[in-house]
Write a protein that binds this ligand. Sequence first.
Ligand code: AGP
Length: 610
Amino acid sequence: MCGIVGYTGPRQAAALVLEGLRRLEYRGYDSAGLALIEDGRIEVHKAAGKISVLEKALGAKLPAGHTGIAHTRWATHGAPNTVNAHPHTDCGGTLAVVHNGIIENAGALRTALGKRGHVFRSETDTEVLAHLIEELLPGTGSLVEAVAGALHQVDGTYGIAVVSTREPDTIVAARRGSPLLVAIGSGENFVASDASAVLAHTRSVVYLDDGEIAVVRPQDYRILDLDTVEKEKTVTRVDWDLATIERGGHAHFMLKEIMEQPESVRNTLRGRLLEEEGTVRFGGLNISDEELLKVQRIVITACGTSWHSALIGEYMMEELARIPTEVEYASEFRYRNPIVDERTLVIGISQSGETADTLAALREAKRRGARTLGLINVVGSTIAREVDGGIYLHAGPEIGVASTKAFTSQIVAMALLTLKMGRLRALSILQGRDVVRALAKLPELVSRVLTKAPLIEQLADRLIRAQNVLYLGRGYNFPVALEGALKLKEISYIHAEGYPAAEMKHGPIALIDDLMPVVFIAPKDGVHQKVVSNIEEVKARGGRVIAIVTEGDTALDKLADHRIEIPETLDLLTPVLSVVPLQLLAYYIAVRRGCNVDQPRNLAKSVTVE
Ligand code: AGP
């Protein structure tokens, strides 16, 4: 999942596209490059590694050009090196292409083009696009027709931007499967993978849908379909401002986003709690109570951290709304023959709203007649635009690759939806009011947990040399154990596993020795006593225990080597509090180990290829 940005207008493009690229770096940071058009020539500069490497190579005097495209790469086809960095050009060097996605039939196209004399410089799938367009350009009236012609020949996914010396002030951009937008300025225009790249210049954007192609010039832009027929599109105003995508004085976006959780949870709750009725209201659910009452089964599908919040959602739905609920890995759900129909509600959870597997799983569910709902953070994202209805998290932009505030907001959004479904069924108004009151208290309780950051930082010092860590929890906090392990793995590169605490006896207990830190999530909930027994089993084998406990709970004083207290709340809401110390622990350990916390190796913020 690469980042693409382009500019055409009166200003010098290089500085503008480099600034946009820096804001997209969380999408991939294996290599970077740009192409600029000036005096009928294309100048291409690219470098392996982060954008800073490219900027250093470019030096203070940036190359000239009023039209330019740029790319930051997450390698899928071809090693992360300079040759495979984008942009890719044709044989004559008269056009350049940047691409986000995978051309699945690139092999066959490359062979055919090679036989017709085209010379390939890179190992990438993308380069076939440059040669296909090169072949079609002479015979067509315009760049857009050549690009459309080329795209008719490719299978797979793409978000692309193309420039050519033939139309020096034009950028042609197109999407199928990977996000892309046109950003409208005054007397200048941009294209970008997401709005964060252009927020410094405009908030007016047009989101491209699959099968659309844009012709962008300084004074105007046109949206066409792949048969170059004009299309009408709405201009959306992005409500995030620049400050929200800055680090705001924090050392890392991840720490900023962890510390923002009282506010992000408050924003997810804002305007949705109805204490008197003991229920909630949603603005954009777009599914009536009558239709919700017809739902006989729920399937929640997602990937990564979002899949962990889906698991918590399953427990909530079955406990409070009494609706049979299953959780599916989106990548598995989309290819197996799942049983869903018009009585099934399929919920897709995704921070970015662009994760390819989750998008495809929802499309598959829709094909089979299910109603689809999205719990999404990024406004205007593809999933948000394709599902029947949805709940926006309003957690604000999440730039750190390791998801934190989106996770707690996903849990809160699932609790709100559960309350809605439950009150339509078995849940009494008094039970509903209890949940509403507990939800309303959450932002303040999260703030209280964040005051433990210095203590957690000290604890992190003791764990930076750990080779392996085990996370254990029960009930609502089993998925939190999975999430704690994922956070540590993805930013500190320490191997970690999360397990239901009782499962430990069926294998992982063999790993326990005095070198294996074991993190227990043990709040005072319905399964607390069971977790205490599991802690005793670990202590009996000499394991080092770190326990997340409820304030004032002394049961583990003698058992746990380290205790981190969290405030009391309803069982179903404890994950919103118990995950925060685990986010901080992973963060401080990774910082101490000198890891790049915001851009961990081999990862990217939204996985738009399968
Ligand atoms: C989590 O920290 C990771 N960034 C990753 O697992 C992420 O949760 C997953 O890729 C799903 O992303 P989404 O929520 O944007 O769909």
